[in-house]
Write a protein that binds this ligand. Structure first.
Ligand SMILES: Cc1cc2nc3c(=O)[nH]c(=O)nc-3n(C[C@H](O)[C@H](O)[C@H](O)COP(=O)(O)O)c2cc1C
Length: 197
């Protein structure tokens, strides 16, 4: 039986990112957020390894997050200037809701690490779509902090683990303009074998 997926189609066709620094309250309630994270986990996962962890960084923890970024900059980027510190401070305090997605890999598994990272990326994408379905706007960012060993370690990351994203959620007052998308004709190709027998 064919289901009516018109609402889902509209949802998929309208998701857009906002700017983390412009996201305002309301963010998702605790109940909303738990549902969003349930959906985030509903991703293909080779080997059923669940190679992702979600860290909710509440508003009260944002100063501590900024302190962590500062400590990481100090330790790993001695030439960092005022602008670098300001950028990290802005990131730490952006949006009413922040989820840090850690790609937590199983190095002993036969499933390649790359596939485990892909699953973590898929979790980030599902998270954004779930938030969009509830009317929230998201922004998936990485930047310097996501690759900092100090920051990764503080989220429980070990060797091979990476921060897949800082996912900011909130509300945008104005409608977000659509951005230019690649033309499907430039991206999609019909593969033809060069092996003419
Ligand atoms: C893994 C990943 C990391 C990203 N990191 C950043 C970032 O650090 N800064 C940034 O401006 N955009 C970043 N982006 C892009 C935005 O999340 C977003 O996709 C972009 O603004 C395009 O908007 P759209 O999602 O509406 O197409 C990242 C995207 C991905 C997939």
């Amino acid at each position: 039986m064919l289901n009516d997926y018109s609402t889902a189609k509209k949802l998929l066709a309208t998701r857009r990112s906002g700017k983390a620094s412009q996201l305002e309250a309301p963010g998702p309630s605790e109940t909303d957020l738990l549902w969003i994270l349930e959906i985030a986990m509903r991703v293909p996962d080779h080997g059923k390894l669940a190679p992702w962890r979600f860290f909710i960084v509440g508003k009260k923890e944002r100063s501590a997050l900024n302190a962590l970024f500062e400590a990481a900059l100090k330790a790993e980027k001695p030439n960092a200037d005022k602008k670098n510190y300001e950028k990290m401070n802005k990131l730490a305090h952006s949006a009413p809701c922040l989820v840090v997605v850690l790609a937590k890999v199983d190095k002993k598994s036969s499933v390649p690490i790359f596939e485990q990272h892909l699953s973590a990326g898929a979790a980030c994408m599902n998270l954004l779509l779930a938030a969009h379905s509830l009317g929230f706007v998201g922004n998936w960012l990485t930047g310097w902090a996501a690759f900092s060993p100090t920051v990764i370690k503080s989220f429980g990351g070990e060797e091979g683990d990476l921060i897949a994203g800082f996912i900011f959620l909130g509300t945008e007052e104005k409608d977000i303009e659509e951005r230019k998308r690649p033309d499907v004709k430039d991206i999609v190709h019909k593969w033809k074998s060069k092996n003419k027998e």
